[in-house]
Design a protein around this ligand. Sequence first.
Ligand code: SF4
Length: 108
Amino acid sequence: MQPKDSTNNEGFKGFTNHDCPFLPCHEGVRGDFNCLFCYCPLIAYECPGPYDVFTDKNGITRKDCSDCTLPHNGYRGAWNFIQKWLLKPVVWNGQPQTRKYRIKPVKD
Ligand code: SF4
């Protein structure tokens, strides 16, 4: 096994689960549909995604990420996006999104 920094094989950066009954779970994904981050690692952190905020039945404030495709946009694209935002994670403060959501081209 090679360390991921010394291999040209990028197979670990994503995959598409064609057997999943929910595929595609988000519309508008660009590039290959990346299922690796089905449960987004940024759910508890600040992120640039277009989430809505709701309060669940236990009174806990949560993100509704239905409109976000960022963790799914391509194998390399989604991988790079998640790695970038996990470099210096900032715990989400429970407030609505204030970052302007931008659509950038996916590099795959
Ligand atoms: S809005 Fe997108 S990037 Fe942010 S936590 Fe939800 S799925 Fe992840």
